[in-house]
Design a protein around this ligand. Structure first.
Ligand SMILES: [Fe+2]
Length: 185
């Protein structure tokens, strides 16, 4: 897909709006997870990655006003003429509109999964994403009080991607492992 917004420019935009903090780590994790899902399905890796990188751009402005979340982002991104499909996926990730496409479902499911995997890694004795195996991850998944903010139903919606839970969780883990140094886990 031909997109006028480069990854570098998008990243600068993220730095400007978000800063360097845990939210940036979350955003980079979602980008990495999205890239991995795209790779798995032989989709456009840059396009999926960019959708992840931009998905929470307005978070600092809208964290106390959930109804405006993603709509401020869409305003900011207007000048870049991004594909409607990408903007729709961003709008769908907090449930403002229903997920329809593979891109929508990917973002919807990867978003809560990244935080869940960070929490799982921190709980692991080795504190590394690379130490998380399927058994450990699935066990944490079943513990309702573990990383309770990571809504299990949203993660399990990966079935809409045609992926089983285990396969999906390991794909996101693998994607995030590529930036493990940046994440510090
Ligand atoms: Fe997010």
């Amino acid at each position: 897909m031909d997109i006028s917004l480069s990854r570098d420019t998008a990243y600068q935009l993220v730095l400007e709006k978000i800063g360097e903090n845990n939210l940036l780590k979350h955003i980079l994790s979602v980008e990495a997870g999205m890239r991995k899902i795209a790779e798995h399905f032989d989709e456009d890796v840059e396009y999926y990655g960019l959708t992840g990188l931009l998905h929470d751009l307005d978070y600092n402005e809208t964290k106390n006003d959930e109804a405006r979340h993603t709509y401020v982002t869409k305003e900011w991104l207007k000048e870049y003429n991004l594909p409607d499909e990408m903007l729709y996926a961003i709008e769908a990730h907090p449930g403002h509109v229903p997920c329809r496409t593979r891109l929508d479902w990917a973002l919807y499911c990867v978003d809560p999964t990244t935080g869940f995997l960070v929490a799982a890694a921190l709980m692991h004795p080795e504190k590394k994403l690379s130490s998380l195996d399927a058994k450990f991850i699935l066990k944490r998944f079943k513990e309702k009080r573990f990383a309770a903010g990571a809504t299990r139903e949203n993660m399990a919606a990966c079935e809409n991607l045609g992926l089983g839970l285990e396969e999906f969780l390991l794909l996101v883990r693998d994607g995030m492992m590529k930036i493990s140094e940046k994440l510090g886990i």
